[in-house]
Design a protein around this ligand. Structure first.
Ligand SMILES: [Ca+2]
Ligand SMILES: [Ca+2]
Ligand SMILES: [Ca+2]
Ligand SMILES: [Ca+2]
Length: 274
């Protein structure tokens, strides 16, 4: 069975943080600090990663999706700790792992992001499901509308959340069918209010085939449901009318020194979920 692995090198307190320089690590010889293997074949685990301190213990945690699960889609949160095993097989129940499950066909976990979007000091778990079918899960009218879920960080994160039966803390719906809202998600404080905002890539997969970026502003009082079909719920940046162009945030920072975070948009042309 072909599964996808990824590898983590842990910095150690020496010169550049990794060890004596120059150094050599050969993953084919198992010299990485830890490697993780996915729960099932062909589920794209590790294609998107994000990190943040979701449980507020001062140690960074890892968030990764598996957008092509055999039965449904899954997202894993690995809560960082001082001693990480050399090998983690996600096919079995693991300590320090939180499992989030979603609807079959939604490609939940195709994108993931981390950021403190409610300003409580805990990084939040942000998950894109670009093939989600909207508020009533009606794929006959809202096919590929796209959904984004937020689960607030907390010292008491549950071991498992099943989004087929449980609501996240916040859900954002795409404004209509064929949008793939949530194709890519980044976070940055773009309006300088001290709370990180959501930068969500989307499409209009109908003439003239535009790519879009939604900015949903973080807030201490985010509503549990945001429907982007309602005008005024988000800022919108439209990309060029070009079916081949994605509008992804490829970098953020204050590049003109005015104290406000700026956004670099690019078109990395990733493979769309199928
Ligand atoms: Ca942590
Ligand atoms: Ca938070
Ligand atoms: Ca903000
Ligand atoms: Ca700026």
């Amino acid at each position: 069975m072909l599964s996808i692995s990824f590898f983590l090198l842990l910095g150690i307190p020496f010169l550049n943080g990794f060890g004596p320089v120059p150094f050599t690590v050969d993953i084919s010889l198992g010299q990485e600090d830890t490697s993780w293997i996915s729960a099932a074949a062909h589920n794209n685990m590790g294609s998107y990663l994000a990190s943040g301190d979701f449980n507020g213990d001062g140690v960074q945690d890892l968030l990764t999706g598996t957008s092509e699960g055999p039965q449904y889609t899954e997202v894993y949160v690995y809560c960082g700790r001082r001693t990480i095993p050399h090998f983690i097989d996600f096919q079995s129940v693991q300590p320090d792992v939180m499992l989030i499950e979603g609807d079959l066909g939604d490609s939940m976990g195709y994108s993931v992001a981390a950021g403190d979007v409610n300003g409580d000091g805990f990084d939040d778990i942000i998950i894109g499901a670009p093939f989600g079918c909207g508020p009533n899960n009606d794929c006959s009218t809202m096919l590929e509308a796209g959904e984004v879920y937020i689960i607030y960080g907390s010292p008491s994160l549950p071991k498992q959340i099943d989004l087929r039966t449980q609501n996240p803390d916040v859900i954002i719906y795409g404004p209509g069918p064929l949008r793939d809202m949530g194709l890519d998600i980044k976070t940055a404080d773009t309006n300088n209010d001290g709370i990180e905002d959501l930068l969500i890539s989307s499409w209009e997969k109908f003439a003239p085939f535009r790519s879009l970026l939604y900015i949903v502003y973080g807030s201490k009082s985010l509503p549990p449901v945001t429907d982007l079909a309602i005008p005024g719920t988000a800022s919108v940046i439209y990309g060029p009318a070009d079916v081949a162009t994605n509008l992804f945030v490829i970098g953020t920072g204050d590049f003109n020194g005015d104290g406000f975070t700026d956004i670099f948009l690019g078109s990395p042309s990733p493979t769309l979920p199928s």
